[in-house]
Design a protein around this ligand. Sequence first.
Ligand SMILES: Cc1ncc(COP(=O)(O)O)c(C=O)c1O
Length: 376
Amino acid sequence: MTCPIRLQKVTESATFKYSKLAKDKEIDLTIGRTGFDTPQIIRDATKKALDEGKVHYTTSKGIPELRGLISRKLKEENKIPGLDKDNILVSAGAKHIIYEAIMSIIQRGDVVALPNPSWVSYESIINLSEGEIAWLPLKPEKGFIPDDDFFSALENSHPKLIMLNSPNNPTGAVYPEKIIKKIVDIAQRNESIILSDEIYEKIIYEGEHFSAGTIYEDTITVNGFSKEYSMTGWRLGYAASPNMELINRMSLIQAQTVSCAVSFVQYGALEAFTDEAREDVTCMVEALKERRDYLINRFKKTKAVIEKPSGAFYVFPFIEGSDDLLFADSLMENGVGVIPGSPFGSSGRGCIRISYGATGLDELEKAADRIESALK
Ligand SMILES: Cc1ncc(COP(=O)(O)O)c(C=O)c1O
């Protein structure tokens, strides 16, 4: 049986693979989520929706009430112009939305500019679309914030699509406004579309989030409920763009694949926009910041290169001269699960991704002791 060419370059997700390996380890720092529960108000509203019989297909793009709240949020908080509920597409997770976006833009040979390192699924989805990746180098000593080398690689690649992700997985970097504006300038010159994945938007400790969609119409802004509201298992994400052609193409894929996001989950998510749900998020971010600060202080005392990341719940230290795959294996043998950096791209070589989202300070201290002795 011949495997279709478009599938041949797709590999198992390294994050899923190492998370599986770490399951029975004493300390698991591989997890791409927080350990907090979904806010009570969202859970209650979802149960109520189920009891009220909201169990059938919804309109493929998502219930109008939810799309209305999302467009209001994007207008008021992110200052993205040109949006109303018709410009919003709700789907089964941001990952599926990203799949729909890439599949509706890219065909064989089209260039997609991808920061190096990047979240593992972008590469696989681009490979599924048979696009060509132009990798944009990032450096640990710059805190993985784009520099001149990144900008010239971007300019010279003339991409059809630029992938942006701030706050970033795996580095935790938050791109300042002026960096996003430079990327938008290049996109404008090359007539590239930008896909701005803002799933960690609310998990920022210093600085401000800036959406490319604020200043560039050909942007697809992607966000979701997984990280902010600890709803990874609920599968709910969304895309927005003032460019209706893009939204219509994505909607077509959606209608012919998943049909719609889960009905009662959409009704529950209406409560995510309340003060009560947002207070839970604020408490979560405070706890995450404490963990980030603790880890950074510990790493600063080692030979690892690390700039304090301002967002998400990952640190991505670089260990000069180390083979990240072997280092991750040896930590795994020592009871600490982490993800090696190279599956995120060649600039991730020598790095490890540590998630502190689901691990409290006591456990982090134990993990840091073991990592520190492995580094000696
Ligand atoms: C950068 C990034 N985008 C998107 C996703 C997927 O989010 P969702 O659970 O909404 O599919 C993840 C999950 O790890 C992520 O890290």
